[in-house]
Design a protein. Structure first.
Ligand code: GLV
Length: 320
């Protein structure tokens, strides 16, 4: 009997076909609807390996149901959707897909920063709606990115990649991180700074910290209050790191100027999320790593990790 894999999303045949040669592959086929919890629980009870994405909650109940389960391969660099303690207790490997998405995610962070600073999405929609009737000096004006100060919270691989892009825009780069990055400081002139001071000095604040119990609500009313009234906040890591209720208030009353969000506390973002009513918010559907090449590379890492475990080998990129 071939080991069984359940994949929670429809995947490209280039990835599925090689797995099918060795394993019994089951896959949730719908692209418009996420796999229902009841289906996931039923599948996990029978499978040897589970392929998940960021919006699948791999909690204790799921891990307890997976009596034969040997690996959860999470197709993301973040793994806050997986209960690592429960996985450890049940002897289940957990892997992620780091490295391959660094530059792609930094590109998106910078694209969102530029789009928010220069009101690109709003300006584009004005053209399509036929509202661009004259050329007026202060119409559609935004904030300069070149020469401004960027403050990066969470200076991991993606943070450093964003910082390198910022240098190309002649920006002053401030960062806050658990550890100092002395090599990057010496090589590129990045400046380490306490969080409160970084928030007060930066024109653009970019959150790239992982989602952990310590980082939930890291940017709340007090922190937003420290920022400049002309500042722009960009979140491309995880919803919840920025408190959405406090952010809504700060954007509405002019505490800060604008925000660009690729991630939300609840995803897909519900249409009644009040942030969607504000003109000074740019929203994206969690597409940090969404280039064709990068998504294929992430899928290949996931396939390799599952193959290794089902063939009795230690997987790469092991979290647990
Ligand atoms: C996406 O959010 C990831 O963690 O890769």
């Amino acid at each position: 009997m071939k080991p069984i894999i359940f994949i929670t999303r429809k995947l490209d045949n280039r990835v599925v076909a090689p797995l099918q040669e060795k394993f019994n592959v089951r896959m949730w086929e719908s692209e418009s609807e996420s796999v229902p919890r009841a289906v996931l629980l039923k599948e996990v009870a029978e499978v040897d390996a589970l392929w998940t994405v960021v919006s699948d909650s791999v909690d204790r109940e799921l891990l307890e149901t997976g009596k034969k389960l040997k690996i959860v391969a999470n197709m993301a660099v973040g793994y806050n959707n997986v209960d690592l303690d429960a996985a450890r207790e049940h002897g289940v490997f957990v892997t992620n897909t780091p490295g391959v998405l660094t530059e792609t995610t930094a590109d998106l962070a910078f694209a969102l920063l530029l789009a928010t600073a220069r009101k690109l999405i709003f300006a584009e929609s004005e053209v399509r709606k036929g509202n661009w009737n004259s050329w007026s000096p202060m119409q559609y004006t935004g904030m300069d990115v070149s020469g401004a100060t960027i403050g990066i919270i969470g200076m991991g691989r993606i943070g450093e990649a964003v910082a390198r892009r910022a240098k190309g825009f002649d920006m002053r780069v401030l960062y806050n991180n658990r550890n100092r990055k002395r090599e990057a400081e010496a090589e590129h002139g990045f400046e380490f700074m306490e969080l409160d001071r970084l928030l007060a000095e930066a024109d653009f604040v970019v959150t790239l910290a992982p989602h952990t119990p310590e980082t939930v609500g890291l940017i709340s009313a007090r922190e937003l209050g420290l920022m400049k009234s002309t500042a722009v906040l960009i979140n491309v890591s995880r919803g919840g790191i920025v408190d959405e209720t406090d952010l809504y208030e700060a954007l509405k009353d002019g505490t800060i100027w604008a925000a660009g969000l690729d991630v939300f506390e609840t995803e897909p973002v519900p249409l009644d999320n009040p942030l969607l009513t504000l003109p000074n918010v740019t929203v994206l559907p969690h597409i940090g790593s969404a280039s064709i090449k990068t998504r294929l590379a992430m899928m290949n890492l996931n396939a390799q990790a599952i193959t290794a475990v089902l063939e009795g080998r230690e997987p790469e990129n092991r979290i647990v």
